[in-house]
Design a protein around this ligand. Sequence first.
Ligand code: NAD
Length: 406
Amino acid sequence: MKVAVVKETAPGERRVALVPELIGRLQGAGIEVLVESGAGDGAWFADSAYADAGASVVSRAELLADADLILTVGKPDSQLTDGLHQGQAILGMLNPLADPGLAATLADRGVTAISLDGLPRTLSRAQSMDALSSQANVAGYKAVLVAAEAFGRFFPMLTTAAGTARPAKVLILGTGVAGLQAIGTARRLGAVVSAYDVRPQTKTEVQSLGGTFIELKSVADAAGQGGYARALTDEERQAQQAELAGHIARHDVIITTAQVPGRKPPLLVTDHALKEMTAGAVIVDMGAGPLGGNVAGSVPGETVVTGNGVTIIGAGNLAAAVPGASSAFLARNITTLLLHLVKDGALAIDPADEIQAGVVITHDGAVVQAATAALLADHSPSAANPSAANPSAANPGGDQPGGATS
Ligand code: NAD
């Protein structure tokens, strides 16, 4: 079986799906590895490092002609999609709930699509394959560095002959994987850290990292299924925003990470809250994306400064900005999943396997993953189902994250 690694082409994407040190593990399972020339350049893995580890460095055309399975970080670009042929497979973070049309195209082409973001994350044997967690970890770390860079003061308390600087007060909103890593990183830089989440069970995790957990009187427990949050009602959302505004105004740096599977990210920092903040404050909105963000006025991939001097950074793909670490983690997730899927040197697709039921999106010319198939059915012209406008209907708070969350 030949497995090939492509060079990513999305703007700002510096990660690579496989790193040289894992090639030996794949070879041990009877897999031959091809790498597109330059695939690792963005993460400082040279073609020669892949070749030394036993891979063949090839062109895109050779790779498309020869590979049985193609490894990618994100969705394939149109040139790659058009070049795939019947019987080939592709594995990466394909985000089918955000782009079910890609799944339909791959099924039509007879391509088997495998997506890491469909993994059942609470299954303990799947933890080492969990790319959403590994990349959120890297992004949470980087968010703090991005905030510290933009903040015009110190994070730690400093006592010098020229005076004493008080430590920065940092607030983390949303304490899932990225938020917890952000708490730890901000603490290591010496900041005083508070955090809030609608899932009160995260309180002990926040405290174990040295943060203070903020409890709101206005919002009850909003834990949903599979460890995720549920969407708040309009009344809950307004009460939460109003109560949070007072806490936000008291902080120098805010990092927001809140997501609800399959839905628009919740708005936590409103225009009103922004107006109450002091000049020089910095917000990093990790929820920022095509569907919106956690902060009013944030723009994905851009920095905006409000009239009252608050810097809002719409965090784009922060994991890609730490490409060596994120590629190493991602490659381990991919390798572990791949070795789970390969038997006797070939892909052994088995929909009865709990992991495969989540990650195998298309096979044998059909969309086979339940959530993506349901989403496509809802969107089909003949569907009378009113949930067509609501992707979360295909994934009603289940274990699998929605497309808008990644
Ligand atoms: P996520 O990216 O979906 O959301 C980030 C955080 O935002 C969550 O903690 C969520 O509760 C919070 N949030 C949502 N709406 C909010 C609101 N209105 N106000 C404040 N906070 C809000 O989450 P994630 O990082 O992907 O993790 C989700 C869960 O999955 C966590 O419980 C995590 O521990 C769990 N998880 C479990 C495993 C495992 O068991 N192996 C692996 C990975 C993640």
